[in-house]
Design a protein. Structure first.
Lengths: 357, 1075
């Protein structure tokens, strides 16, 4: 005797958090049943495998029906078919839009297009995240991206408003959108050590300081693109390394201030010009899309790797960067103090965050 | 032209994309009522159109208002081709037609399409202006209230319970009309939906007329069903109990009698509809009161009866019902004088017949009438207590005589109620049932209801005669059902034979004039003291003559009062009376049975079925009895036996709630007897089984906390030496027409119930007895309203429907394998429910309602609807709870108890003061502080939600809450069909989505009426048909319930705390008593 039809419908929709997680993780019903059996639930509840199978199927069917609504979370709040308490609605949405660290690192900065979608197979194999789950996460990214890409106002705010995500998750999505839009390269081997947290941190600072929204809160694409004018202006910083006197003066100011305070002072002194040239050149090249994409690669190559090879402690890096940015204010011949600050404040925080093993 | 229906289409949202090119929709709306149609403008290119239409006005007579549904169709405008329908909304405007229900229907309704399901929502406002035409009530039955609830609804009290009303209408099924060959499935489904909606309206109106004829104002326990007879037609039939109900206005009812009229006036806007003008019929409008009070013309005797019921609905008269109530039956002719109190009541009615009697009655007169009635009560009670001493014999006879006279005038003294006002139920005889097998293709005139009317009349007659055989005049907990397979139809009716207190049954007898409401007065109880009082055992006492019993029975003296005789087991179809004393907890008991039957045609088929029926009933009862014994219990409540007919089998499913009644003797065990005592190993096997059974009984007793005090035999007196009885059930098949009296299986043993094992079948039976596993710890289940032994409910409830369809794989089935399969199906279903709801532990599944159908040859469909309610398991929970929560919980459960068990409270304290307000007040005062906490906690959660929560429950109440208003009956019928079954997730996906949609539509309608819950919800039909090969499926669902507004008890406390304690005290008690 087989059950052709087996359903359970509650006036309040039952949501089993554990099954929801298994569903989100892309397990088939059978795999999910297997995992639940292993969790010891049968012993705890005295249920049979058949009961578990039926229960899992039922939850999967519910989630499947809810998925359409989860694509536009405000609909989930207004719909009448599933009566779900608000706290549960929030949980459903938050979990649905949550993503795996391993997965996001793979697609961060990539174009969210069909081509990438085909690569999901490989990503799935590489990260161990099931293909189904990869698809959901990828589609979430794409959906959020499409909705907020051309919207006015704060990026994270827009995401939160249209997808009803928590503050934290909305900010993460803002980073994903920002990376995807600017196509920052994050996949290179030397960038592998960077976590999503590191990159999201950088993205947030860049959104705050380097986008048109940083100066005018009423422009289109205010948080998604980098401020073209700003990038153009950054060329002016080139004088800091092109003018030999200025470079020397800058170096001496920094060295004087840091003498005796750095454990790696000799190395710093020897490397100052290289490092400074690296940082300033990155700035001046940002007008080219290609160089924008390579921003993180450049930061690692031009600054982090040299410091790391000389075994600078993090604190020394902090002292150096603080002094390095601050000293420019004492350079009388340099007129772009505000520009320098807008560039360097962000860059310094990014570099410090990125400086780890 | 008695009414103007006004409809406004406000907006739509989440509409489907109808134009692929633009991904948008150009929507407009057609509003149709009767033959009139209005249209809105087209709102171009939007999925969220804002029509904001004018008010569409339909001028219609009230007959149409009752019959017709309002039909709203949303369409997509297409310039070049025909407009595409997006979907429809049917709105039943009936709730707007009676006064205390809803005044406006306004809200978001799901737009429903029978092929696509819900497609967006539409915001609609509907109002009805009824003209101030008093004759209205005579033309149609607009004023009659309908309730699905099978007890007196919580905010009303019964003045008179008139009795049975039934009606049946027939029409051609659109699915079987010739036109169906050429129209689309959608058109066919919609025709069917509309037809059933129309027929329901007509049926309700006709029943309403009958109620008015009986001088009632409401139908309680209204149960409407439809029979899909196929070729021969579509039948919609309904039964119910006509009552005269009196509204207990939550605060006004409790005002002290001496309040000046001016003060009462102030209270009116507080409780009643703040906008009474919209309803001229509103009882609270002063205008109406006047009209009636000055025209108590005798010539309109019927009208005057409806007028006084209306009068009594006014808050003003509510506080002291006696005053106005007395003239309730001014037409009651025979105040058969003789006893002193009657004279007084005559006097009373005389005084009340003077023109001032209405709401403007002077306090003096009112008080006078009160004091009169008190005297009257004293006299009555004196009489009652006098007779109480004498074994109650003469009194009983008198009582019976009175009841008889009240009931004999009725064709069918049936009551669909399952719970009764205190004192209503005097004795319970046992279950009576009748079944009849009919051939649908033999109906001479299929389009007319006569044949079916005759069928049902025949069955009802049988029920009535069975009840008589049990020495009972009435049948309570009465219900009817059908099972149809092809051209064969089994009609079934069952109920509980009972003796009722005549006090509630009007009809020109003494009781009509005697104040029925006095039920809560001491006097009433002293009248009933004879046996009701001591321990609530009265209803167990046998109503039949012990020397002339209709069947062999085993009687003992009642274990509570030790005066009257009681049977050893009691089967009933009603809920456990509130005053019944029970030991331990109850549990769900089911008997399940399949019988194979040869496929046959027409007559032969009907004969085969008729021949099988008695055996099935017999076996079902044996199973029930065995399982009851196994649980160590002695009574069944809420018994419902369903016999389902299929192509090649019959299924029987009986569900009931077993309890241990203190009044009945302790059940003996089950003893197994083998037939071949010589075989050693067999003997061993038997003894092994016996041990297992004994262990199970012991375990069950522990599980359900059944530990009755041991009573030495001598005290009770030895059991009356009578042949042992198997069950208190009389049944018959009308085909065979002879009554099957229970077989006597007694083995000479006094206590133990003997099971003979003489073949493998019997062995199987014993095995199957033992395979039923008890629910996991923390779970209880019952099929009655409330679980005997649990009353500390907390507020979490979860109503659900679960459906399973099983295919029988084995072609050469035997009865045994079939039984096992069916048993497993039900058991697994229950196990699944326990598992799914495990997060609610400790909890109880209440009102578990199983329905079996056989949609195809090898398919068995089981549908379950129930509600899971959490309760507070004191010891376990308290340790982990904070102090605040604890006190909160206790407060709410205490209040719940007050509400649920009114009688207990008043019987406790009736000696001096009828009720002890101290308890109620202290509860209310206990936690104003925690109250605040609670509200704070819950408030933000509610604010976040954009869609109001609507609770649904099959019960008549909501734990921890008080129902403040009944908004009207919800009765909805939906069809859903698909031609892309696989794409919609197969049969499970299809039906899951459909049921979720049905819930959503019910909730939306309730919310639009201004309600926040549906009580007495029932899914009456869920007909599912599939054709996987064609990728098609179709499902029909019929649901009903009562839309209500409830207020959390915690919130009520705040309201009542604001009032002076003085007025609050009677308030609480009054409310409780009346339930």
């Amino acid at each position: 005797m087989t059950n052709e039809l087996d359903i359970f419908v509650g006036n309040t929709t039952l949501i089993d958090e554990d099954v929801y997680r298994l569903w989100l993780d892309g397990y088939s019903v059978n795999d999910a049943v297997g995992l639940r059996v292993r969790s010891g639930i049968l012993e705890q509840t005295g249920a049979t495998a058949g009961v578990l199978q039926s229960d899992t199927m039922d939850h999967y069917r519910t989630f499947h029906m809810l998925e359409r609504l989860l694509h536009t979370p405000p609909k989930l709040l207004h719909q009448l078919v599933f009566q779900i308490p608000p706290s549960r609605q929030a949980l459903l949405i938050e979990r649905y839009y949550a993503f795996d660290e391993a997965f996001v690192r793979e697609v961060l900065g990539k174009k969210l297009s069909k081509g990438t979608k085909k690569d999901l197979d490989d990503i799935s194999t590489k990260t161990g995240v099931t293909l189904k789950s990869c698809r959901r996460q990828f589609d979430n990214f794409k959906r959020v991206f499409k909705v907020v890409e051309e919207m006015r106002g704060s990026l994270a705010g827009n995401i939160q408003q249209h997808f009803l995500l928590s503050d934290r998750l909305a900010r993460d999505y803002a980073a994903v959108v920002f990376f995807a839009n600017n196509r920052f390269e994050t996949g290179k081997k030397k960038l592998q050590y960077l976590t999503f947290g590191d990159l999201a941190f950088c993205a947030e600072l860049m959104i705050q300081n380097w986008t048109p929204g940083a100066v005018d809160s009423q422009v289109d694409d205010m948080d998604v693109d980098l401020d073209k004018e700003f990038l153009q202006d950054l060329k002016e910083l080139k004088v800091l390394v092109a003018d030999k006197d200025l470079l020397d003066l800058h170096k001496s100011l920094v060295c004087t201030a840091l003498r005796g305070k750095l454990s790696v002072f000799p190395e710093m002194e020897a490397n100052f010009k290289n490092l400074s040239r690296g940082l300033v050149n990155i700035a001046s090249k940002l007008t080219h899309t290609k160089d924008v994409r390579d921003l993180f690669v450049d930061l690692v190559e031009k600054f982090i790797e040299p410091c790391r090879s000389d075994r600078w402690p993090l604190n020394d890096v902090r002292l150096f960067l603080n002094q390095y940015s601050a000293s420019v204010h004492s350079l009388d011949g340099f007129r772009h103090q505000a520009l320098w600050d807008r560039y360097m404040v962000t860059l310094r925080s990014c570099l410090l965050r990125m400086y780890h093993d | 032209m008695p009414g103007k229906l006004k409809v406004k289409i406000v907006a739509g949202r989440h509409l489907p994309v109808m134009d692929r090119a633009s991904d948008l929709t150009d929507a407009f709306v057609e509003v149709k009522f009767g033959n009139t149609t209005f249209k809105t403008d087209v709102y171009n290119k939007s999925l969220n159109p804002q029509w904001n239409s004018e008010w569409f006005k339909f001028e219609v007579d009230d007959e149409d208002l009752q019959d017709e549904p309002l039909q709203i169709t949303v369409l997509d405008h297409d310039t070049y081709s025909a407009n595409d329908a997006i979907g429809k909304v049917y709105i039943d405007i009936d709730p707007l037609l009676y006064s205390e229900a809803a005044t406006v229907i306004s809200g978001w309704f799901p737009i429903y399409d029978t092929i696509h399901g819900i497609r967006g929502e539409i915001n609609v406002v509907v109002k009805v202006d009824l003209f101030n035409d008093l004759n209205r009530f005579r033309q149609s039955s607009c004023g009659v209230k309908f309730f699905c609830t099978t007890s007196i609804p919580k905010c009303y009290q019964a003045v008179i319970i008139h009795g049975f009303v039934e009606e049946l209408v027939v029409n051609e099924d659109p699915e079987y009309q010739w036109i169906d060959r050429i129209r689309t499935p959608r058109a066919s489904n919609e025709a069917r939906q509309r037809l059933i909606s129309l027929m329901s309206g007509e049926l309700q109106r006709k029943i309403g007329l009958k109620v008015l004829e009986m001088r009632g104002n409401a139908v309680v326990g209204y149960l409407q069903c439809f029979d899909l007879e196929g070729e021969s037609g579509l039948v919609v039939r309904a039964i119910g109990t006509a009552c005269t109900l009196d509204k207990l206005s939550s605060t006004a009812a409790f005002l002290p009698a001496c309040n000046s009229p001016s003060k009462e006036m102030k209270e009116i806007p507080f409780n009643e509809d703040p906008n009474p003008n919209t309803h001229s019929s509103g009882p609270s409008t002063p205008l109406k009161n006047q009209t009636y009070s000055f025209s108590p013309s005798k010539s309109y005797s019927r009208q005057s009866s409806s007028s006084d019921t209306d009068l009594s609905l006014t808050p003003k008269t509510a506080p002291y019902p006696q005053g106005p109530r007395i003239f309730l039956c001014p037409s009651s002719p025979s105040l058969s004088s003789g006893s002193p109190h009657l004279k007084k009541s005559c006097l009373l009615s005389e005084s009340s017949l003077t023109p001032h009697h209405s709401s403007h009655i002077s306090p003096v007169v009112l008080r006078k009438s009160v004091s009169f009635s008190e005297e009257l009560l004293l006299a009555a009670s004196g009489m009652g207590s006098g007779s109480a001493g004498k074994e109650g014999g003469p009194f009983k006879a008198l009582l019976r005589q009175q009841t008889q006279s009240a009931l004999e005038q009725r064709e069918f003294p049936f009551f669909t109620l399952t719970a009764f006002p205190p004192g209503f139920l005097v004795h319970v005889g046992g279950v009576v049932s009748a079944r009849s097998v009919k051939l649908l293709d033999r109906i001479h005139n299929p389009d007319e209801p006569e044949t079916r009317d005759a069928w049902w009349a025949e069955i009802r007659q049988e029920i009535k005669s069975h009840a008589k055989a049990l020495g009972c005049h009435a049948v309570v907990g009465y219900s009817e059902s059908t099972s149809i397979c092809e051209e064969v139809c089994i009609l079934s009716a069952s109920g509980t034979a009972a003796v009722l207190n005549p006090r509630f049954l009007q009809d020109g007898t003494v009781e009509g004039c005697l104040e029925p409401r006095l039920s809560w007065q001491p006097g009433f109880f002293s009248i009933g003291q004879e046996e009701n009082l001591p321990a609530g055992c009265g209803f167990c006492h046998i109503p039949y003559d012990e020397l002339n019993m209709p069947f062999p029975a085993h009687l003992t003296y009642c274990y509570s009062c030790r005066k009257q005789k009681v049977p050893d087991v009691l089967f009933t179809t009603i809920d456990l009376p509130t005053d019944a004393t029970v030991i331990g907890k109850g549990c769900l008991i089911q008997a399940r049975l399949c019988r194979l039957k040869k496929k046959a045609q027409a007559e032969a088929n009907a004969t085969a079925i008729s021949n099988l029926l008695p055996f099935m009933e017999y076996e079902v009862h044996t199973q029930l009895m065995n399982k009851l014994k196994l649980k160590g219990m002695n009574a069944l409540f809420g018994l419902r036996i369903q016999i389902t007919v299929g192509e090649n089998m019959l299924m029987g499913l009986a569900s009931a709630t077993g309890v241990y009644l203190t009044a009945l003797p302790m059940p003996g065990g089950i003893q197994i007897a083998g037939k071949t005592p010589n075989d050693g190993s067999y003997e061993q096997h038997i003894s092994h089984m016996q041990k297992k059974i004994n262990d199970t009984i012991a375990k069950n007793k522990e599980l359900y906390e059944i530990n009755p005090p041991e009573i030495p035999e001598e005290i009770i007196g030895s059991p009356i030496p009578e042949p042992r009885q198997r069950s208190r059930l009389l049944r018959s098949q009308s085909e065979s027409s002879d009554e099957v009296i229970e077989l006597d299986l007694s083995h000479g043993k006094k206590d133990a119930f003997v099971l003979e094992i003489d073949d493998t079948d019997a062995m199987e039976d014993v095995h199957s007895l033992l395979t039923d596993v008890p629910p996991p710890s923390g779970f209880y289940s019952c099929n009655t309203e409330i679980m005997p032994g649990i009353n500390n409910w907390t507020s979490e409830i979860q109503m659900f429907t679960s459906v399973r369809v099983s295919r029988l794989s084995n072609i050469n089935l035997t009865n045994q394998t079939l039984n096992k399969n069916f048993n497993d199906l039900c058991e697994n279903l229950l196990k699944s429910l326990y598992f799914k709801l495990r997060s609610m532990i400790p909890c109880c599944l209440c009102h578990v309602n199983f329905t079996v159908s056989l949609p195809e040859d090898e398919l068995i469909q089981v549908t379950v609807t129930a509600v899971a309610i959490t309760f507070d398991k004191h010891q376990a929970v308290q340790t982990t709870k904070t102090h605040v929560e604890k006190s909160l919980q206790r407060a709410s459960t205490d209040n719940e108890e007050l509400l649920q068990f009114p009688l207990e409270l008043c019987t406790d304290s009736l000696a001096s003061h009828p009720f002890s307000p101290a308890k109620a007040v202290s509860v209310e005062k206990a936690s104003p502080l925690t109250e605040g906490h609670f509200r704070q906690r819950s408030a933000p959660a509610c604010a976040n939600s954009t869609v109001g929560v609507v609770k649904m429950t099959p019960l008549s109440f909501i734990p921890g809450a008080k129902i403040t208003k009944y908004l009207g009956i919800i009765n909805m019928f939906f069809i859903r069909e698909t031609t892309s079954l696989r794409e919609e997730g197969g049969v499970s996906g299809f039906l899951h989505a459909f049921i979720a949609e049905v819930f959503a539509m019910v909730r939306a309608h309730v919310a639009a009426l201004g309600g926040n819950a549906v009580v007495s919800y029932i899914m009456k039909q869920c007909v599912f048909m599939e054709n996987p090969n064609k990728n098609q499926a179709q499902c029909l669902i019929n649901v009903s319930g009562d839309a209500v507004i409830f207020v959390r008890e915690s919130e009520l406390e705040i309201i009542s705390a604001q009032q002076p304690v003085a007025s609050c005290q009677p308030a609480c008690s009054g409310g409780e008593i009346a339930t």
